[in-house]
Design a protein around this ligand. Structure first.
Ligand SMILES: *Cc1c(COP(=O)(O)O)cnc(C)c1O
Length: 666
């Protein structure tokens, strides 16, 4: 059921007051999901304040214009690099505050789990920001291990290796340990422990390791399967005990350094987290009391991000706790159990990825065309020979259009039922050959014109409750904006998990958005559509947008894209990775920012190589095909040559649309 507020583009509180950028900020709920970072500036552009100690703001529309002027093709993923360091500092500060509050005697180490976003520039920025706080990394696969090991410049920097590990990986980890590096393999399965033990014997090193414990506490939400009895991860309690006894028998009580759990991403409920923390701290205490030198308590990731329109958006896209509450829950839980048992507290380790990276990237897409329902002109007359049914539809529309008195909800519903029925009848008549094509087309235009008038009257009525048919009408009249991007490449969690991302125009926000639209991507897939948008109430099925202007780009920003999206994206329809631009605050530059780095998007040639097509072979085939046409006299040899050149030029082009080349040659 649709709520009345989905009916219409909202008017300013005082309908007579002019539209202001503040109205746009409220309409798109920027304060809720944008935290203190994103805002709408006086020019009506979306801007970002990425720094903690400065109000310096970067105008994202200006950045997009600058990139376009440099000839960059959209879509573009903007990385606001300063936001990464800001998030790292805020996370460390939250733990510092919690620890000071209760006089916690241990320390805190924030690890960055690289799977959330492995891009080198992201990892390096996060590592740099974490340096003063002793931050480290977490990896979960062979390739991630290879990428992260060389970043352990300090012997004390912690690298935790989760996920299943083969012999080669374990051997490499042990050799790094021998060099004095703090690399800890986390045992996910008991068998892994036995392999590690054997390898350590062969290499004659004293192993250091962690264990992922299968807790009784079960998370809630999308990723709840990461914990609990049926989880794919973790060593169950009886096996943990066997492992402990083995180490005791080997006289290797120092080997077990870390205990770990991970409840899953977007932890929905802080209470569940508290329970898990207390449960693992109990295990920690028992092991310390048995003489084990466990140093680290690693509570995994899962700090949630508010993708939603509520300030603390519990429910669908958000979480109802703050970063500080998250830190408090962990620190207080560990402190409480350790204090009761009189055991020195461990170094608390977290592996938060989403919360560190989500905010820093914004996808900018361009709308290329809009499909709108147009009403007939006021002076439209029916054709001379119009069928009776067409005349009826015409009469109904005129009446709806011209009547000055308002209709009740019941009357509107009745008219709607009638026009729907007559349109169906028109289809039937056409199918049986009783209605010429021109008249069927005219009947359709009459139907849409009536629908628009019905919708106008409905909006004026502002009904408390909307019958489902009329809610459907609301959906039918929404525009479709064709946008230059692929849902499967850039919004994979929208497609796969129904995760909503905040979307709004980057500019013209000082102008009231008078249209409502869904977004179509470039893929030939009906799932390549965005038709659900963040809203505090019922689902919002259309986004408020501005009418497109001839010859002027219309750009939309998709926000909170920094976690998982870039790396999960797939190559549906062979669009592939988008162009990236990395920006920093730089007050010495006009606009207060600098574009430091650009990574070009994928080209047609690169994309095709992934599915085993190569230019040489394709050109050869094309050549043969043209040769045949030359021989049969369809084209001249010279023309064939030019066409082959034109075809060949495509290999170097970006996979997305290039609006500037609409009429030109590639
Ligand atoms: C994915 C993962 C994380 C990161 O979780 P976020 O929700 O992004 O913070 C941390 N630890 C482990 C073991 C993971 O698998």
């Amino acid at each position: 059921m649709s709520e009345p507020d989905t009916l219409s583009p909202p008017a300013p509180a005082d309908a007579a007051a002019p539209w202001r950028p503040e109205n746009a900020a409220a309409l798109y709920h920027v304060d809720a999901w944008g935290e203190s970072y994103f805002h709408v500036n006086a020019e009506g552009h979306v801007a970002v304040r990425p720094l903690l100690d400065s109000e310096q703001s970067i105008d994202l529309h200006e950045v997009a214009e600058a990139l376009a002027a440099q000839g960059v093709h959209f879509p573009v993923l903007i990385r606001v690099q300063d936001l990464l360091s800001t998030r790292v500092i805020q996370l460390n500060t939250a733990f510092r505050t919690a620890m000071d509050e209760v006089g916690y005697q241990g320390r805190y180490t924030g690890l960055y789990p690289v799977k959330v976003n492995q891009l080198r520039e992201v990892v390096e920025e996060v590592l740099d920001a974490g340096k003063p706080f002793g931050g480290g990394l977490e990896c979960g696969s062979k390739a991630e291990l290879v990428a992260t090991l060389p970043y352990l410049t300090d012997d004390t920097t912690l690298l935790v290796c989760n996920g299943y590990k083969d012999v080669a990986m374990l051997r490499l980890i042990l050799q790094m340990q021998r060099l004095g590096k703090t690399v800890l393999p986390v045992v996910e399965k008991f068998g892994e422990f036995e392999r590690l033990r054997q390898l350590a014997l062969d290499l004659a090193v004293e192993p250091r390791l962690g264990v992922r414990v299968r807790l009784a506490t079960v998370g809630a939400g999308q990723w709840a399967g990461s914990s609990g009895d049926r989880s794919k991860f973790g060593v169950p309690m009886p096996e943990l005990l066997t492992l402990v006894e083995r180490l005791e028998a080997d006289g290797q009580r120092d080997a077990l350094q870390l205990l770990h759990f991970h409840l899953g991403s977007q932890v929905a409920n802080v209470q569940v987290l508290k329970n898990a923390v207390k449960e693992i701290t109990r295990i920690y205490v028992s092991l310390v009391q048995r003489g084990f030198a466990v140093q680290y308590l690693d509570v995994g990731g899962g700090l949630g991000v508010n993708y939603d329109a509520m300030p603390l958006g519990g429910g669908r896209g958000g979480v109802d706790y703050s970063m500080q509450e998250y830190a408090n829950a962990i620190v207080y839980g560990v402190q409480e159990v350790c204090a009761t048992e009189g055991v020195p507290p461990p170094t608390i380790v977290t592996e938060n990825g989403r919360a560190v990276t989500a905010h820093h990237s914004v996808l900018i897409v361009e709308a290329h065309a809009a499909t709108t329902r147009e009403a007939l002109a006021d002076d439209t007359a029916p054709p001379e020979d119009a069928h009776e049914l067409v005349r009826w539809l015409y009469g109904q529309w005129r009446q709806l259009h011209n009547d000055t008195e308002p209709y009740s909800l019941g009357q509107l519903l009745e008219v709607y039922h009638d026009v729907v029925e007559q349109r169906r009848n028109a289809d039937t008549l056409f199918a049986f050959g009783y209605l010429p094509l021109e008249q069927k087309a005219f009947a359709e235009r009459l139907f849409w014109s009536s629908a628009l008038d019905l919708h106008r009257r409905l909006r004026r009525l502002q009904p408390e409750w909307l019958p489902p048919e009329l809610a459907e009408l609301d959906d039918l009249l929404v525009d479709q904006l064709l946008c230059n991007f692929s849902v499967f490449q850039s919004l994979i969690d929208y497609w796969g998990l129904g995760q909503l991302f905040p979307i709004l125009p980057l500019h013209r926000l000082d102008e009231e958005p008078t249209r409502r639209a869904t977004l179509m991507d470039l893929t030939c897939d009906s799932d390549g559509t965005v038709n659900r948008f963040v809203s505090p109430n019922a689902e919002k099925r259309a986004l408020e947008v501005h009418p497109l202007r001839e010859g002027e780009p219309y750009r939309l920003g998709v926000f909170l894209m920094g976690a998982y999206q870039d790396i999960l994206g797939d190559d549906h329809n062979l669009f592939g990775g988008v162009t990236e631009a990395h920006i920093y605050v730089d007050v010495s530059q006009p606009g207060g920012y600098a574009i430091e780095n650009r990574i070009p998007g994928v080209t047609v040639e690169e994309m095709l190589a992934r599915v085993q097509y190569f230019p040489g072979a394709l050109q050869q085939r094309m050549h043969m095909l043209l040769k045949h046409k030359t021989r049969t006299g369809v084209i001249r040899a010279k023309q064939a040559e030019t066409l082959l050149d034109e075809y060949s030029a495509f290999f170097r082009l970006p996979t997305y649309l290039d609006p500037s080349a609409e009429s030109a040659e590639p």
